[in-house]
Design a protein around this ligand. Sequence first.
Ligand code: FUB
Length: 447
Amino acid sequence: MNDAEMKRNYKYRNPIIQTIYTCDPAPMVYNDRVYLYTGHDEDGSTWFTMHEWRCYSSTDMVNWTDHGSPLHYSEFEWARGDAWAGQCIERNGKFYFYVPVNKKGGGMAIGVAVSDSPTGPFKDPLGHPLAETGKGDIDPTVFIDDDGQAYLYWGNPYLWYVKLNEDMISYDTKVGIVQVPLTEEGFGKRVGDSKRPTLYEEAPWFYKRNGLYYMVYAASGIPENIAYSTSTAPTGPWTYRGIIMPTQGTSFTNHPGVCDYKGRSYFFYHNGALPGGGGFTRSVCVEEFTYNPDGSFPTINMTTEGVAPVRNLNPYVRNEAETIAWSYGIRTEPCSQGGMNVCNVDDGDYIKVSSVDFGDMGAGKFTASVSSVSEGGRIELRLGSPDGELIGILDVPNTGDFGNWKSVSANTSQARGIHDLFFVFKGEGKDNLFKFDYWKFEEMKSE
Ligand code: FUB
């Protein structure tokens, strides 16, 4: 996609994050909400230049709220960089984020960071790696079985696991670090690479469904596809089951994350679809799928349509400006009022919020928290598209400072029913017009 396509492709739902490059998706369902942890490819990267992880969440699978960065590699005092693919899991109200980082002395190792909140901040409780073999310690995946035993798998080119102790920050040293036998029966046969005789490459995603254990992983070398193996036990033996997602998109890596939410199954992955995108500037996408009756995966292809909303958005409560289905031009940043806000708002940029349910009474008033150091600008409220029906215009004044937030309101025409809502930013051709933290509609009052 180029920049012009990005602007006009407001009907797309993939990639699900447009404000930065994201990769290595790891969904976690907690308290009726899907949290999505991702890596962050820095703009213009020509290598896996990644300093932090990012967190997003959604209750409808189409509008994603940006929670910023819950963890930076520098939290690990022993690390020097490479915030690569991680996964977070909840246990007894605490959140455990397993990640690979590059050690100060060199070489990747698996660390763990802990938080009381799914959005962080996460802290390193150990001050040293949780696990390392010295042989490709990347891409940890974690799962807690029904009997309470937690397993951590990881690795490229080898596949390792440990049985985590109940504290989730240590493992059973009597069992130690176990190397999974990468057999042809278990992981398929690779031709032409004597060092990697099976299809297994990296990025394992481990979980259980209906008594069957699944190992979904990046496979077949570069460029990667996504394949999977299953087992009737958490530690194998594994049976190779085939390719789920063929090699597609413009990223030579891919990385799976699978979850169920509201009775539907979702497959997260990454590609290079955003403008400037590619193997080191990737973007997370999601597809809905249905398991075959025998528990096997269907083939899942990358799409731009993505997934349908599983519920509508209520505009009559506070909504974060950084809750976004699709956006053009804008960025997000930590907000001086807490949380995140939308920034880099230039004339012509827009945000789409999907499936907004204005109800039968309809909206009568719109209020937003904004700040500006210039003469400000306008937020046009439109339905259906960036040039769709205009239901109101909010004038954003100069608030004197970007840190000086003001609540401003505008009357709106009586929008009723369910619509995609567009915030279209206007400012006579100017850049950096204002910042936008949150918004809310009020219902039209009955006479
Ligand atoms: O994002 C860096 C690396 O690329 C990950 O660790 C791999 O899974 C691949 O996606």
